[in-house]
Design a protein around this ligand. Sequence first.
Ligand code: AMP
Ligand code: ZN
Length: 467
Amino acid sequence: MQVYNTLTGRKEPFEPLEKNKVKMYVCGPTVYNYIHIGNARPYIVFDAFRRYLEYKGMEVAYVQNFTDVDDKIIQKAQQENKTMREIADQYIKEAFKDADGLNVKRATAHPRVTEEIPAIIAMIQILMDKKYAYEVEGTVYFDTQSYQEYGKLSKKNQEELEAGARIAVNEQKRHPMDFVLWKPKKEGEPAWESPWGQGRPGWHIECSVMAKKYLGDTIDIHAGGEDLVFPHHENEIAQSEAANEKPFAKYWMHNRFLNVDNRKMSKSLGNFFTVREVAQEFPYEVIRFFMLSAHYRSPINFSRELMEAAQNGLERIKTSISNMQYIIEHSNHQELTQEEQEKIKQLPAFRKKFEEAMEDDLNTADAIAVIFELVKFANTQVTLESSQILAKEVQQEIQSLCQILGFFENTMEVTLEQEIEELIQQREEARKRKDWALADQIRDQLKAQGILLEDTPAGVRWKRINE
Ligand code: AMP
Ligand code: ZN
């Protein structure tokens, strides 16, 4: 398997530090709002990567943090007259709901900054003791000049680094590139006791600390969106390698942006759609499919047309699976013919091609193309004249490849469908009792959820409004 490593700037064979065990850290969101569809990209692509590694028999320890102390969370708490904790709790819950909908597996650990303060203070203290950090009036800075390899991830030279360091006039810093490890308390803000007075951690230190605590000094993969390369990941490397005196991560993987009109979707630009909004129009699995239809290192543009194309693509696969089901249930042929045996022998070639795509730096776009080839094979090679066994084999192969990418095992969709069926049942009973008001109320409730009912002679059918 090959992965592109931002640290070396090339594709490299993927060899975990310990055979069949992978330690992976993916930077998570700052929780003051619903996650947007851009944030969903690293969620989904690195989940697909994890699933593939697990499919190959590796044991993956996967850590994703929540940044639950931050200026924006504090601001939101003040606006809504809530505590920072309440805001963070609320949006962590919502982020999990979206992740579950997108069929993103839970990480092995989801640490939160506010619960890791002692470990954060301990690492800053180590950096102070080793003279990689200095304190000025309650602010602790990382001394970038003391760490020789600063800049090795983003490959910026000294000049570029300085230009990128947002040189706000700051008399305190020894060097413009130095960054904050600990900042002093401001009036009305949450703060913790520390050797440098009351305050709270800077942003970068949390990931160095959590990676170390939950995975160890050296990890296999560190991942996130491309905007994190500099300064966040550059700073994480400096902190971790200075404190631990060991390499931090062997592979650095970064997804490119999801754009709107060729600009990065971001909360600060205001050009974002939350996953929740989009999920009201398109099922969650369509969002996942859309995201994996592109290679993670290609930028993608978010548009209704592309979402509709993703929806149609997914529908094509589903239709093929149900066609196979129909043949399994209705074919009269039980024995495999000679010709069919030959067809079955062709199936492993699809899987091989699928694996080759996935192993070429997680090329999910090509992997999905292989699924479509298999669907075409199914649609042309398996008919009502075929044996049930052939239909079953082909169906299983389509489903199995889809499952590696995390499709068609979404419990949330299933419960949703069960709920719909239950409501329809209740409406039917209401109608039998001539309780028209309740029947109409249920119909309206479903409509509000995007479900349209059709009363047909054969009974009630339902469909999603956007279908
Ligand atoms: P944030 O909450 O902004 O720190 O972002 C959480 C994760 O989402 C990080 O890995 C970011 O790199 C990633 N991310 C944010 N915006 C986008 C975008 N438009 N496209 C792809 N990834 C993004
Ligand atoms: Zn991070």
